[in-house]
Design a protein around this ligand. Structure first.
Ligand code: C2G
Length: 131
């Protein structure tokens, strides 16, 4: 069985997220999604609208997703890949080159982001609409 892993916050789920999850799953048979814990988001200077548990429940309901695990820090990726026997690591190309150190352990793929949509944009649009 070929295993794929991808990382992210996946807050206010949108079609950009769905596209990357669908395309990530196409690289294998089993997709693990590591989503940032609320503590890790704080460290990244981000605050998700949905809690970790809510984001996890939403992702688990998506047909392309087989397993959701927490992301607690930047350094855990090598251990995640080893411990879960991961074959392919997938991220959007806003992260191009950033995780190439994983190439010693698995295939590393950066996919083009979906144009014109992001959680940041959704939040900004809602704020403006309610101003
Ligand atoms: N994405 C995309 N197209 C968009 C928006 C997002 O392809 N229009 C992809 C991103 O490239 C990423 C994934 O969706 O691969 C999740 O995006 P975020 O939730 O914004 O993840 P991020 O906060 O960048 O966290 O250690 C890695 C980090 O935890 C990544």
């Amino acid at each position: 069985m070929k295993k794929v892993i991808t990382y992210g916050t996946f807050d206010l789920l949108h079609t950009g997220h769905i596209n990357i999850l669908r395309r990530a799953k196409e690289f294998g048979d089993y997709l693990i999604v590591a989503i940032s814990s609320d503590e890790f988001n704080a460290l990244k200077g981000k605050k998700a609208y949905y809690t970790f548990e809510q984001r996890k429940a939403i992702l688990e309901a998506i047909r392309y997703v087989d397993e959701v695990i927490p992301e607690h820090n930047w350094e855990q990726k090598i251990d995640d890949v080893k411990n879960n026997d991961v074959d392919v690591f997938v991220m959007g190309d806003d992260w191009e080159g950033k995780f190439d150190f994983l190439k010693d352990h698995c295939e590393v793929v950066y996919l083009p982001r979906t144009v014109g949509i992001s959680t940041t944009q959704i939040k900004a649009d809602l704020k403006q609409a309610n101003a």
